[in-house]
Design a protein around this ligand. Structure first.
Ligand code: 26Q
Length: 819
């Protein structure tokens, strides 16, 4: 691999040039934001030649192209990551120091690109990093939301959502590509025109917008490969381009302008929850239609037989959100390319592949047919025909089994079931961890698995070690390199198992614990600056950071904190290792119970942190605005990783892997990828507790369990629950947390009491937490366990995940880029 050498002089010149050109300023009078922008421009300048060379090389090889279609790309900051992958981080840091500038400080001037909610969006970002690093061509296709994931403020303990103005100062890395703009049509009706004995379908009376792509570079690590994240923005159709029919229609011009304004305005902040909003479907079709149109156009530039489209292109659907790609590709092949239905279906089902990220019923997309067919009339016709043929096929395979047909139909009960459409239209269906895939095959999608087992496969998630170790934890990264005697783990994480032999080495243990301590000091400083709370870096940092959702059971965590506090109040001299319970989580803006849980955490923090009786033995911190950039600091500083979802509910989890890579020990249930984490590191180096997935599923099938019995029989649980309604944490207000209390003890509407088995698992959880306290007293055991966690994290690199996708699903061609 040959890299261009870093030219310090050229870089300094490049920064000064950008400052002058963009802001007509010199270093002396520029603001920090302007200097960041200028540095970013200089870095983009280092990237563009590789970007161009990569396109040329992929084209020369006629490499197969992956389109990773996703409503979310949770990229975080680009500057530091790009420098890391250009292998220029140190050089640039030094060059900037000579100019009197601090790279870390400049990195902090960049807003996170938060075009995603949580796991699914961040997975897409990790995959792009791995694909470029491994030398495969991909276009990440998504939406250029003007407002990403909201910024979270905590006021009086409550979450307040503030708009995320990430584009306010412009985005120095993006390139607008108006030459690839595509028109996208909504509404109207379909007219059938009879032409030479064939029917032609044309959409009329529609409204349309222009989709304009913006490209962001995705830099591979040390290999000159640069891929593209293409995010589409909407622009009103130029009135000059209106159909002669519509010219002078003022009303329509205004409506189309509004449509363009609305479509890309904001990311829906729901994680794992479907809300049937029309605008959301508009967003989906908007970026899918533009992406598919462009993919077909690009293929046709160098290939003549559209029937072989699938040989050079593959579409990966990131959950069901991009599923309209199936009927949209059909539409283009049928209506614009003139293929027969059989030919078009052959191409489509050899091009599309679907990833499922959840089994939570409330997350499944089911669009009302009237909404769907009014917005996308031609697409709906195609879905009807797909459904007609699909149900016919079911009837052929299972004659007389109408029950099965209704369970599998794409159109059912006035709804379009997007997951079923995705499965019917794809050649591959994958889950994101072994347990999750098994549950799909045996429970949620069992009829589909029975009918087409060959489509189903597992791809256990992964994370990129470039961002979450090399960039996020430079001290540990340097130590790993020193101990292994090589930096090759950066592109081959399996090598990290070489650390195993140091797990019991006293010097290594001391060095490791010292690094963890330094990272805890760094996080403590961040918490002091951003939350105004002092935390003790000598205490155990017990951390739960992830989206707030009932199934993730942040509530169980804070109930345990309340329980522990009660114990300490009764017995202030109780021997225990000091603990800092750290939370970070955004709740969907409309998710009342989740927001109330945030208030509860902050209310408990207020009481506990201000109580002198407990002599600093415990603290509770809620970190405001948890996001990719501060996540990097948090993982590096964690001792304990809380992965306590109700078994069977967390498809995989990826935070669990980021903690492990940074030497935190897991307390968790046997859920999602936790199962595989424990398999790698060994059960004795994790704290596993609680119901198994099978047990949970069995309870659910038999109508739940009786939490009221636990309340009546366990005095500690009784006391904690009563504190929710006796004003202990609410200045005497008995009502504030009543909803939470009720959710644990009483069924309501469709919901069973304690749907997520919090009280059922509480004792086991408290026991596991207690073992943590005891284990921490034994410093050498702890260091060994932590080092083993790092050493056994090799499987969880997204490089491994991507290799499996390439091998089993995508079959991409690897490319070398020389400059
Ligand atoms: C759907 C319809 C309308 C509005 C929003 C949505 C929506 C948005 C985001 C539905 C789901 C999501 C996000 C899901 C998600 O992040 N799932 C997580 O995916 C991770 C990567 O595979 C897994 O590790 C997690 O276990 C899973 O929860």
């Amino acid at each position: 691999m040959e890299m261009k050498k870093f030219d310090k002089q050229e870089f300094r010149y490049s920064v000064a040039y950008a400052l002058k050109n963009q802001f007509r300023k010199t270093l002396e009078d520029a603001t920090s934001q302007e200097i960041y922008q200028a540095v970013a421009h200089a870095v983009k300048n280092m990237i563009v030649d590789q970007w161009i060379a990569s396109r040329r090389e992929f084209e020369k090889k006629d490499a197969k192209t992956l389109y990773y279609l996703s409503m979310e790309f949770l990229m975080g900051r680009a500057l530091g990551n790009n420098l890391i992958n250009l292998t220029a981080y140190q050089d640039v840091k030094e060059a900037l120091e000579e100019m009197g500038l601090d790279l870390n400080y400049l990195e902090d001037q960049e807003p996170d690109a938060a075009l995603g909610n949580g796991g699914l969006g961040r997975l897409a970002a990790c995959f792009l990093d791995s694909l470029a690093t491994l030398g495969y061509e991909v276009y990440g296709c998504g939406i250029r939301y003007h407002y990403g994931m909201f910024k979270q403020k905590i006021e009086n303990g409550f979450q307040v959502e503030v708009p995320d103005e990430w584009l306010k100062d412009g985005n120095p890395f993006e390139v607008r590509r108006s030459e690839y703009s595509k028109e996208v049509k909504f509404g109207g009706y379909v007219r059938v025109i009879r032409e030479d004995g064939k029917d032609r379908y044309v959409q009329e009376g529609y409204q349309s917008v222009m989709a304009v792509p913006y490209d962001l570079p995705i830099v591979g690590y040390g290999n000159n490969v640069v891929n593209t994240l293409r995010i589409w923005d909407a622009q009103p159709i130029n009135t000059f381009n209106l159909d002669s029919f519509d010219k002078g229609d003022y009303q329509k011009a205004v409506e189309q302008e509004n449509l363009a304004k609305n479509i890309c305005e904001v990311l829906y902040p729901n994680d794992n929850h479907y809300a049937g909003k029309e605008l959301r479907l508009k967003q989906q079709y908007f970026f899918i239609s533009a992406s598919v149109q462009r993919a077909v156009e690009r293929y046709k530039q160098n290939h003549s037989d559209i029937r072989k489209f699938y040989e050079k292109n593959v579409f990966q659907l990131n959950d069901t959100h991009p599923t309209v790609a199936v009927p949209e590709l059909m539409r283009i092949l049928l209506d614009e390319e003139g293929l027969t239905w059989e030919e078009a279906w052959d191409v489509t089902t050899k091009t599309c592949a679907y990833t499922n990220h959840t089994i939570m019923a409330e997350a499944l997309e089911k669009w009302p047919i009237d909404l769907f067919s009014n917005l996308l009339p031609r697409i709906y016709q195609i879905v009807e025909e797909i459904n007609r043929r699909f149900t016919e096929q079911i009837r052929r395979m299972y004659p007389g089994d109408e029950d099965r047909v209704s369970k599998m139909a794409i159109l059912y009960n006035g709804k379009v079931r997007m997951a079923y459409l995705a499965i019917a239209g794809s050649f591959s269906v994958n889950g994101v961890a072994r347990l999750h895939t098994e549950i799909l095959e045996k429970q949620e999608l069992r009829y589909f698995y029975e009918m087409m087992p060959q489509k189903f496969n597992n791809k256990t998630n992964g994370i990129t070690q470039r961002r979450f170790l090399l960039h996020g934890n430079p001290l540990l990264a340097a130590w790993v390199t020193k101990k292994l005697g090589t930096k090759d783990w950066v592109t081959d994480l399996s090598l990290i198992e070489g650390l195993k032999k140091f797990a019991e080495d006293k010097t290594a243990q001391k060095e490791f614990m010292e690094i963890k301590y330094q990272n805890k000091v760094r996080l403590a400083k961040y918490i002091k600056e951003h939350n105004g709370i002092e935390v003790d870096p000598n205490s155990i940092f017990d951390v739960q950071v992830k989206r707030l959702h009932e199934y993730k059971r942040q509530l169980m965590n804070i109930l345990h904190v309340m329980y522990l506090y009660n114990q300490l109040k009764e017995n202030p001299d109780m021997e225990m290792a000091p603990r800092t319970f750290i939370f970070g989580a955004k709740a969907a803006a409309g998710y009342r119970r989740a927001k109330l849980t945030i208030k509860l955490i902050n209310a408990v923090a207020d009481v506990v942190n201000n109580d002198p009786d407990i002599k600093g033995k415990m603290k509770v911190v809620f970190i405001e605005d948890y996001r990719v950039s501060n996540a990097e600091l948090i993982f590096a500083a964690a001792d304990i990783s809380e992965q306590i979802s109700t078994a069977s509910k967390e498809a995989s989890g990826t935070g669990n892997m980021k903690f492990m890579l940074n030497g935190a020990i897991t307390i968790g249930t046997m859920d999602g990828a936790n199962v595989e984490i424990v398999e790698e590191v060994g059960e004795e180096y994790a704290f596993i507790f609680g119901l198994s997935a099978d047990e949970v599923i069995n309870f659910e099938k038999n109508g739940g369990y009786r939490p009221i019995d636990m309340y009546n029989s366990d005095p500690d649980i009784h006391k904690v629950l009563d504190q929710l309604t006796n004003g202990t944490y609410s200045n005497g207000d008995h009502n504030l947390f009543k909803e939470i209390y009720d959710s644990l003890l009483h069924a309501s509407g469709m919901d069973k009491a304690d749907m997520y088995f919090i009280l059922k698992d509480f004792r086991a959880y408290a026991e596991a937490e207690k073992k943590i306290g005891e284990a921490y007293m034994n410093k050498s055991w702890w260091a060994k366990a932590a080092i083993l966690n790092v050493a056994c994290s090799g499987k969880f690199s997204s490089d491994r995940t991507i290799r499996e996708y390439v091998e089993d699903i995508w079959h991409l061609d690897r490319v070398d880029v020389k400059l």
